[in-house]
Design a protein around this ligand. Structure first.
Ligand SMILES: [Zn+2]
Length: 407
């Protein structure tokens, strides 16, 4: 297990590191790690856009007043950093995106026809974690959350949106090779009526929303556990619990039902009969924090990432000096096709070049010698098998297909 630890593999594979001069819990993504992070973000945007999410961008800090309005301050104060004074006004680094999205919803009136409205963002968040709690990319003081808030016209619509969010989570988890019941499990996290300090007081709303989420889970027909006193302060949630390489379980993604923020922010819509009505809100993350899913994937694949996530997808190995020019042309062709490729220009033997590339877990190798130059081809080899001599166009389209489908 030790050798799969992402804290060890991250710097070894030149993906990220923590620099004490920059600070604890503040990851530095090296070029290869930044490629993986970008690919994951692209995956989120692509898949969510297909499912009707509207991606927006809001600022990393906001006036303290916004968090007082949402109730995150003082409820969430312990996880927030001290206010920043700007021209006598107090600003906070944001610990979550919800208040920003609700405020944006309020920027103009909305009709029932626009709902459900799925407002999404890859949001950089800042949360205080104690020094001892920090752990690689798993627990950080700043991270990027694949976040969204779905404004709904009714409780039924909210229940449908919870189902849709769980479908999305299961789809994306499946692309990562994660199986429900094996790699992750569902937990229905409930409030505690007696604890009015921690939870928003509204017993009827708690009863109703907890029942609603329980019904969604029962309809799905999957196993789930119920946990008291694990809810958000504004409502119950469904947590997707995942184990890391050390066997420690953590909440990876959540879908939350919220009956509190619509009141606080006065979120309304104009119904079919022309009357203003109260909206309902679902908070959800699809793949959670990008950094946390990266930590998980680094440990799962131990560096042998699927092609679409690999920082280098193909390496061209010219056997000798005479094959260099042809290799340069092949590199250009792969790059044109959108494949992340490079050439091994070292003067080493072919055997050594192959061992080196395999050691780095590069998904595809293209060997170029006399016969390949004469035939305008390359001999393709994957991480685990020899594929054979193919035209460069065929190689480019084969790799491209695998990358686009995230196979
Ligand atoms: Zn939220």
């Amino acid at each position: 297990m030790e050798e799969r630890d992402h804290k060890k593999l991250g710097p070894e594979l030149e993906l990220f590191y923590i620099d004490p001069v920059v600070g604890k819990g503040l990851p530095m993504f090296l070029p290869k790690g930044a490629v993986i992070k970008r690919e994951l973000e692209q995956f989120v945007i692509e898949e969510e856009t297909k499912r009707g999410y509207l991606h927006v961008h809001t600022p990393d800090l906001a006036r303290l007043e916004l968090y007082e309005k949402s109730g995150h301050y003082p409820h969430y104060q312990d996880s927030m950093y001290a206010p920043i004074d700007i021209d006598g006004d107090k600003f906070m680094l944001r610990p979550m995106t919800c208040p920003h999205h609700f405020q944006m919803y309020l920027s103009k009136p909305h009709s029932y026809r626009e709902l459900p409205m799925r407002i999404a963002e890859l949001a950089q968040l800042y949360r205080y974690e104690q020094s001892g709690e920090l752990m690689g990319l798993q627990r950080l003081r700043t991270f990027c959350l694949a976040d969204a808030h779905i404004i709904c016209a009714s409780e039924e619509q909210a229940a449908d949106e919870v189902t849709g969010a769980l479908d999305l989570i299961e789809y994306m988890a499946n692309v990562f090779g994660l199986k429900l019941g094996v790699d992750y499990r569902y937990r229905l996290s409930l409030g505690d009526r007696a604890n009015t300090e921690k939870y928003y007081k509204n017993d009827a709303a708690w009863e109703k929303s907890e029942g609603l989420l329980r019904e969604v889970m029962q309809k799905r027909g999957c196993q789930f556990e119920e946990a008291k006193d694990e809810a958000a302060f504004y409502g119950p949630k469904i947590d997707i619990q995942m184990k890391n390489v050390n066997g420690k379980e953590d909440t990876a993604f959540t879908v939350q039902y919220d009956f509190c923020m619509p009141d606080r922010f006065d979120l309304t819509y104009v119904a079919e009969d022309g009357q203003k009505k109260r909206a309902f809100v679902v908070h959800r993350s699809s793949i959670g924090a990008i950094e946390r899913i990266m930590a998980f994937l680094i440990e799962k694949y131990a560096g042998a990432f699927p092609t679409w996530l690999s920082p280098v997808q193909a390496r061209i190995l010219p056997i000798g000096e005479a094959h260099q020019a042809f290799a340069e042309g092949a590199l250009l062709q792969l790059k044109e096709a959108g494949i992340r490729a490079e050439i091994d220009k070292s003067g080493e033997s072919l055997g050594k070049k192959i061992r080196e590339a395999k050691g780095q877990k590069i998904p595809y190798l293209l060997v170029i010698g006399d016969s390949e130059v004469a035939n305008s081809t390359a001999t393709l080899e994957s991480r685990d098998s020899k594929i054979g001599e193919l035209s460069l166009a065929d190689i480019a389209s084969k790799l491209k297909e695998e990358i686009i489908t995230r196979g």
